[in-house]
Every structure is written in structure tokens, then in C-alpha cells.
Design a binder for this molecule. Structure first.
Ligand code: SF4
Length: 340
């Protein structure tokens, strides 16, 4: 199988041009054809010498951006199923709003972290995504939207820090100002709590947003919901988060799914506030989605309200994510599972 042209970062593209005795500016031309004009055929790159176009076509694949399937209506939250060249497929989710177009990306085919309330985790792990396959999801969304997303979240299928290098390569491609130019602060990487990934990200030169799925304030509850907690328990995770915040000066978002009688009591809120005290952060409370394999129930609106007020009393900034209440809002991975 030929590698995807989207796998190449800008410098790697310059190296390819040099290997074909082409000046460096050719890499800039190719980059703009790919990410500004977003062409889908080599022949469309009209200002390249025919010999270079032929050489690129022989060595790299320019994938078809048409998704295998879509779910949802235009202008509403919409899932895309993107076919990969080995027959696998991944999901991306387009979320339009008045002032932004957010795209939620997958970082792996399946996931090996088995969070209890996640359809992707239940479906098992198949393989890593290449950087180009992550970028391909964005190009498919560009085609359907007719424009590029304004915001990117790595919150789809897979754990981004379990595929660190490919994810960071894709971030740099999306962020590159000569192409898609999506601002680093509009790109969020979400982790289930893979501490080495947080430590590596703190040392990167790119200032993306970090979101950490916490979902509990005690190790017993968190381990039951998220087996990753056995490897990196809450104290270890939050120590890495504090170090990250100190090193980068950035605020961390903690995701916390409210589950009735599991983690949504006032005492849970106070315990969470104690854990997060003096850590520059905000808490994003999430209504539980319906996942057939998980028996938990969503919290009542009254319990969610009480939880937010208890956090606010302890000076923790928390908001409750609106639930769209449709089947489409269910956890990632379900369109792919249906297709398979
Ligand atoms: S929530 Fe994320 S890390 Fe956990 S199983 Fe699902 S995809 Fe994997």
C-alpha cells in the first residue's frame, strides 16, 4: 500500500522534493494544493512539473475525501464514517454552532482503554491511525462543510496519547499557517489520563488545549469506570496535570460524566473540589450518553444543578454540557460498529 501524502509534514515534503531534484518552494506549492485548494487529483496541481506530479502519484496516495457514510442532517451534528485503504473505517463528528465549526477526530481504530461507558472501548482495539488518516478525516469534513473546521477536538475513537507521534504530526499539519491554519488554541487533545503523554505535551512548542477525562474523585470509582486508573491513579494524574499547568501556564479542562448514584452526590462534588484546589482548571460536566453495554443512568437535572453549585462554592468553575438528546449524541464508535 502506498503511504498517504497527508502523512508527510511540511519538512518531509521538502525532503521528497529535494530527492526529486526540485527546489524547496515546490513543497509550498504542493502544500497549498493539498490544504488550501484541497484538490483530490494529482493532475489538478497545475503549476508542478509533469515529472514531479508523476513521481508523487507513483509514491503517494491522495485519498478520496468522500466519506463511506454520514449520519445526521446538514447544519446539525453529523457523523462521518471514513474508509481507510486497508478496509478499516473511522468516525469523525462535525458539530456546527453559531460561531464555530468543531470537528471531533478519531486517533485510533478502536481503543484499548475499555472505559465502562464508551462504545469504542467495548469494541476493542484494531490498530493505530497514521497521521495522514487523522488529517484525512479533516479533509472529508472540509468537503462536506465546504470549508475547514474552526475548532478540532481529539475526542473521538481512541486515546490520542496512545498514538502520540501520529497525533502530534497531524496537529502540526492542521495548524500550519500555509495550509489549513487552524489555531493551536482551537485544537484540544483529550486524554483518559495517560500521564507520559501529558508530560510529553508539556514539553512541546505548540500550545494546544489539554482536556483530561476524570469522571470520579476516588480511585475506587474511577478504576471501576476507567481501568487506566490502575496504571495512573488520581494522585499521579493530578500531579502530572499540576506540572503541566506550571510548565505551560495553560488551564486544563477536566471532563466529568455525571452518573446517577455513582459519582454525582454533593459529597462527590466536594471531594472533586478538594482534588482540584489551586489547579488552574475548569470542569466540563457531561450528561451520560446511552451506551447499551453500560448500566449506569444519567443524573437528574436537580442532582446536576446541586453538583455545579457545590463546585462553585469551592471556587471551581464548572459548566454542564447541553445534551442534544438524540441517538446521534450517543458515544463515539457506534456508527462504525453498525457499519461493520
Ligand atoms: S473514552 Fe476514550 S479512552 Fe476511554 S475507551 Fe473510549 S475512546 Fe478509549
Amino acid at each position: 500500500m502506498k503511504p498517504l501524502i497527508y502523512n508527510l509534514g511540511r519538512l518531509e515534503l521538502e525532503t521528497v522534493c529535494a530527492e526529486h531534484d526540485q527546489p524547496r518552494f515546490r513543497a509550498g506549492q504542493i502544500w497549498r494544493w493539498l490544504y488550501v485548494q484541497r484538490v483530490t487529483e494529482w493532475a489538478a496541481m497545475r503549476n508542478l512539473p509533469a515529472s514531479l506530479r508523476r513521481a508523487l502519484a507513483e509514491s503517494f496516495l491522495l485519498p478520496e475525501p468522500e466519506p463511506l457514510a454520514t449520519q445526521g442532517k446538514p447544519d446539525e451534528t453529523r457523523k462521518l464514517l471514513i474508509g481507510l485503504r486497508d478496509g478499516e473505517c473511522v468516525e469523525a463528528v462535525m458539530i456546527p454552532a453559531a460561531d464555530r465549526r468543531t470537528l471531533c477526530l478519531s486517533s485510533q481504530v478502536g481503543c484499548r482503554f475499555h472505559c465502562a461507558f464508551c462504545a469504542s472501548g467495548q469494541g476493542g482495539y484494531q490498530r493505530q491511525l497514521e497521521a495522514g488518516e487523522i488529517v484525512q478525516q479533516v479533509m472529508s469534513a472540509c468537503m462536506l462543510w465546504g470549508d475547514r473546521p474552526t475548532h478540532i477536538v481529539y475526542m473521538g475513537v481512541g486515546e490520542p496519547f496512545d498514538n502520540y507521534d501520529a497525533v502530534l504530526t497531524s496537529v502540526r499539519t492542521l495548524n500550519n499557517g500555509d495550509g489549513l491554519g487552524i489555531g493551536a488554541r482551537r485544537i484540544t487533545i483529550s486524554t483518559c489520563g495517560v500521564v507520559p503523554g501529558i508530560e510529553r505535551l508539556a514539553e512541546e512548542s505548540i500550545q494546544v488545549e489539554l482536556s483530561v477525562s476524570l469522571h470520579a474523585s476516588s480511585d475506587a470509582v474511577r478504576t471501576a469506570l476507567m481501568p487506566v486508573n490502575k496504571t495512573w491513579p488520581i494522585d499521579t494524574l493530578l500531579a502530572a496535570c499540576r506540572a503541566y499547568a506550571e510548565r505551560t501556564g495553560r488551564i486544563i479542562t477536566f471532563e466529568y460524566t455525571l452518573i446517577r448514584d455513582v459519582n454525582d452526590s454533593e459529597a462527590d462534588a466536594h471531594a472533586l473540589a478538594r482534588r482540584l484546589a489551586n489547579l488552574p482548571c475548569r470542569v466540563n460536566l457531561i450528561p451520560l450518553s446511552d451506551v447499551p453495554e453500560f448500566e449506569g443512568k444519567p443524573s437528574s437535572p436537580a442532582a446536576a444543578d446541586l453538583f455545579i453549585r457545590a463546585l462553585a462554592e469551592q471556587h471551581i468553575n464548572a459548566t454542564l454540557r447541553a445534551s442534544k438528546g438524540s441517538g446521534l449524541e450517543a458515544a463515539c464508535g457506534q456508527l462504525r460498529a453498525k457499519h461493520r
